[in-house]
Structures are given as C-alpha cells and as structure tokens.
Design a protein around this ligand. Structure first.
Ligand SMILES: Nc1nc2c(ncn2[C@@H]2O[C@H](COP(=O)(O)OP(=O)(O)OP(=O)(O)O)[C@@H](O)[C@H]2O)c(=O)[nH]1
Length: 216
C-alpha cells in the first residue's frame, strides 16, 4: 500500500505558542551518556535527533533552543560517540545522538556506536519520537536507510526533517521531497509528515518546536 507522505502543516496559533513557551525557558545540557547504564531516569518522555555527520544537527538543536552553542558542533566528525541529554523546563528530554555514516570513523568506533544505538532505541520506553535529519541537498542515502530500518525493527516512530533547505532551489526541493517520500514507502515506522528546515533562515523551526511541545 502506498503511504501518503505530506509536509507538516503550519502550526495553529495555540500550538505555535506552546512550542514557543517550551523553548523560551532555558534548555540545559544534562549529561553525555556512553552506555545504557548512564541514561538518566526515565521520568519523562524524550525525543531524539539522529542524522549523518555534518547533516546540520547541532545547528538545528541550537536554532530550536535559541542557543548559539548548546549542541557543540564537533570539528572531528564521527568522534563524539556520546548520547547527549538536554533538559527542557516541564517538557521532554532532547537527546542528541552521535552523527553516523562518517566514512573515516574507525570500525571499532562505528560498531560501538551501533551497539549503543540499538540498545537505546529498543530499550528506552519513554522515547516518543526520533527526528531523522536528512540533508536536503542529498536526500536519503544508503546509510540513512540502514538507520531507518533499525528504527522500523525497534518500532520507534521517526519523523524526517530535511535540513539546509536554504541551500537548494524550489525545483530541487520538489525533487528531493519526491526521493525522500519514495524511500520512506518501505519504512513502516515513518511518521507521515515531513518537516523542511533551515537553521540558517529559520524555516520550519517553529513547526518543529510545536511538534515537540505537542508530544509532551
Ligand atoms: N546554509 C546552511 N548551512 C547549514 C545549515 N545547518 C547547518 N549548516 C552548516 O552545515 C555544517 C554542519 O553543521 P553542523 O550543525 O555542525 O552539523 P552536525 O550534523 O552537527 O555535524 P557533526 O557534528 O559532524 O555530526 C556547518 O558548516 C553549518 O554551518 C542550514 O540550515 N543552512
């Protein structure tokens, strides 16, 4: 059966305000986790952010949280292998997963990351949604597809967030959306609405805030 993927509609005033309020309060770094035993108590829901190295994940988290340098943009892609937890006031944990798919990362590092990711995704009952970031210039790559399959197997809903949309034309945007929608057809855990963002220009940031506030 064909799934009908669409863009997330603009939030209504109430949802927008909820999103604004959630992120008006300071978001703080809680801890970096390298093993399941280090996860904070599962006392609230959480959402996490995943994506290939350099997809613009740190920039997106910084834009969402109105902070310049909350999520440290790592200079050595693939090096930071921690799951970083951030707290919102009265809302979910924001969880920043290490970037994947960096070709030059040592095999041992990749394997360790995959093992931790698997345990995290299948073992965290409070994980409500995974935002999978996809670079609007590149669309869904094989390495993204592997992660999406892992999410399918873990039965965790994921929502695709296109990043850096300011870098492409309207025509390219239509093209990449087609590619992404096609790639998502075989992923039952995909949420049917996509979000198109630019951390640089602010596109989609309020929408994403409203989505996160709506899950809380
Ligand atoms: N034009 C444009 N550039 C962006 C945008 N978001 C991120 N970038 C740039 O893309 C590069 C990577 O962004 P980061 O936010 O560091 O990416 P990351 O996914 O956190 O990277 P890793 O730490 O390697 O996992 C940086 O040079 C950013 O300035 C965007 O919305 N528009």
């Amino acid at each position: 059966m064909q799934m009908d993927f669409t863009l997330t509609p603009e939030p209504d005033d109430t949802s927008r305000e909820r999103g604004r309020l959630l992120f008006a309060a300071p978001v703080e770094f809680l801890k970096g986790v390298v093993a399941m035993a280090g996860l904070p108590p599962a006392d609230r829901i959480e959402v996490c952010f995943a994506g290939r190295s350099n997809v613009g994940k740190s920039s997106l988290i910084n834009a969402l949280t109105n902070r310049k340098n909350l999520a440290r943009a790592s200079n050595t892609p693939g090096r930071t292998q921690e799951i970083n937890y951030f707290t919102t006031e009265g809302g979910p944990y924001l969880v920043d997963l290490p970037g994947y798919g960096f070709a030059e990362a040592p095999v041992a590092v990749v394997q360790k990351w995959q093992a931790l990711l698997k345990s995290y995704l299948s073992g965290r009952a409070t994980l409500r949604r995974v935002f999978v970031l996809i670079d609007a210039r590149h669309g869904v790559k094989a390495v993204d597809d592997e992660i999406l399959s892992l999410l399918d197997r873990s039965a965790v809903t994921f929502q695709v967030v296109l990043t850096k949309v300011d870098k492409i034309s309207q025509a390219e945007r239509e093209k990449v959306l087609m590619q992404v929608k096609g790639a998502l057809q075989k992923h039952p855990a995909a949420y049917p609405e996509l979000v198109v963002t630019s951390s640089e220009k602010g596109d989609g940031i309020e929408t994403l805030r409203a989505i996160i506030a709506g899950l809380a």
